[in-house]
Structure formats: structure tokens, C-alpha cells
Write a new protein. Structure first.
Length: 281
């Protein structure tokens, strides 16, 4: 008789872990997740306990679900990590910085749940989509692209986003994960500006931030090449990044790629403009 020693009751403290479990076909092992997991992966919201994430995790919430594995990813807060460890349950902590890291994380979770082949398939699908897009943009002009994952303070998007911008036919402006000043970004004068704020979905106020930051004379603003991409498409290090890739490609090379759901373009940056006239598509 073969015994199965893989975890059966998993608590996910970040959307990326939940999305990976879903991609592997292992969502039936998920007993608890965060409200953000349910936003990104609606299937995770049915019949599961909602717990705080890896920034605000609480031991009592975790223990109450009777898990045999906790999965969390950055960002962490020291207090939250202490709470996770106090739960006395096996803990898998992830901190990806690049696409290569994300592939390893998918493989790691797949191995832990006993589905290594599913993990290889998920990684292969991501790689295939990225390389297909890269081949479609080969030889095209490479607009300079500034991407931000947060607005207050201003934070440049992570390393894997820079890699996706490259595959989508753009040149990433700035240093991933750093906090540039508004003046610094203005001086760089990117051709395309993209905002994907953590937790904001598709609700980044594009017109407002361009005016208040003094960016109205930047090339991207003048040519109305300022976009919002849904948070989870770029900030969730999981297979859903291929959706972010599609959105980036449509923003960077609209002459080649059609617009996609989750991508919104600025409509006006004049002083009298307060809301976007173009609906989210």
C-alpha cells in the first residue's frame, strides 16, 4: 500500500500561492485563504475560512483551521512571521524576485503537494506564452516604459515585471522595487506609463496622479499613453502573469496587439478632467 504524505489541509496567506494551487488542480486542499486570494481567484472563496495575510497573520486564525501546511510569500512583517511560526505547522515561505524564481516556486509547491508533472506543465505554459510574445515583438521599436506598483510612496514594479516588459517589446525604465522621486521619473520622460497598484484592482486614478505629480508634459501623458493594468495581473507572482503580459503588449504595441480585459487607458489630463471617460475593457 502506498501512503500519501502530502499536505491535505493548506492555508494560503497570499494570492500567488492560491493561484498556483488552482493552476495545479489542488484547490481542493485549500482550507483557508485571504480576502485578496478570493479577489484574484474567485474559486477559492467557496466554503473556505478567510484569514489575515502574511503581513498581518494571526496564530489563532491559522490554528483554528487545523492546517498541515501554511504557504506565504512576500511581503512579510516580522510580527506576522512570528505568528505563523507560533502556529506550529509546516511553513513554506516564498520570496520571488524574478520569473526564474516564480518558476521555482511553482515547482516547489507542485512537489510539496505531490503534483510535479502539473508544476512542469504550468511553468512550460508560462514560458511558451512569454516566448511567443517575445517573438512577435522582435524587430519592433522599443518604447521606454515606466511601471509602478504603488503610488504613495512611489515604488517601481518588481523584477519580473521588467522581464515581462522586455518580452512585450519595451525597455523598462528605472530600477525594479525602488522608490524614485516624481522629478526623477519626469526627467526619464518615458514613452509609456503603467500603474498597477497593489490592492487597487483597476481603480488607479490615472488623470489625478498625472496632474498632481506634474507629469502632464511627459511624452507618455502628451500622447495619452498612460495605462492602468489590474493589480493581480502584474503583482501576483503566479501563472496569471501571462494576463499581465498580454496587457503590457497591448499598451506598448497597440498597433500589433489588441486591447484586453484589465487594461484601461487615460482619457484626458486637462485640469478640468476628473474621471476617465474610457470604460475598463
Amino acid at each position: 500500500m502506498t501512503l500519501d504524505h502530502t499536505p491535505r489541509r493548506i492555508v494560503s496567506l497570499q494570492p500567488s500561492a492560491t493561484v498556483i494551487l488552482h493552476a495545479l488542480g489542488a484547490l481542493n486542499r485549500l482550507v483557508a485563504c485571504t480576502k485578496y486570494c478570493r479577489d484574484v481567484c474567485p474559486e477559492a472563496g467557496v466554503g473556505r475560512t478567510v484569514v489575515d495575510d502574511s503581513w498581518t497573520a494571526k496564530r489563532e486564525q491559522i490554528v483554528a483551521t487545523g492546517p498541515d501546511l501554511i504557504i506565504a510569500t512576500v511581503p512579510y512583517q516580522e510580527k506576522a512571521v512570528a505568528e505563523i511560526l507560533k502556529a506550529g505547522v509546516r511553513f513554506l515561505g516564498l520570496a520571488p524576485k524574478s520569473l526564474a524564481d516564480i518558476y521555482v516556486d511553482i515547482g516547489t509547491i507542485a512537489g510539496v503537494v505531490g503534483m510535479p508533472d502539473r508544476g512542469e506543465q504550468a511553468v512550460a505554459a508560462m514560458r511558451d506564452q512569454i516566448e511567443k510574445t517575445r517573438s512577435q515583438t522582435a524587430g519592433l521599436p522599443r518604447p521606454r516604459v515606466f511601471c509602478e506598483e504603488w503610488g504613495k510612496p512611489l515604488i517601481t514594479s518588481q523584477g519580473w515585471v521588467a522581464e515581462l516588459v522586455d518580452a512585450a517589446g519595451g525597455e523598462f525604465v528605472g530600477t525594479p522595487g525602488m522608490q524614485p522621486t516624481f522629478d526623477n521619473v519626469r526627467t526619464q520622460d518615458a514613452d509609456v506609463l503603467i500603474a498597477a497598484w497593489c490592492g487597487a484592482g483597476d481603480r488607479v486614478p490615472l488623470e489625478k496622479i498625472i496632474r498632481e505629480r506634474g507629469w502632464t508634459e511627459m511624452r507618455a501623458a502628451r500622447e495619452e499613453r498612460v495605462y492602468c493594468i489590474r493589480d493581480e495581473f502584474l503583482n501576483t507572482p503566479a501563472p496569471t502573469l501571462t494576463l499581465g503580459l498580454q496587457a503590457l503588449a497591448a499598451a506598448i504595441h497597440p498597433e500589433v496587439f489588441p486591447t484586453v480585459p484589465g487594461l484601461r487607458r487615460i482619457s484626458d489630463v486637462s485640469p478640468k478632467s476628473h474621471t476617465a471617460r474610457m470604460p475598463v475593457v
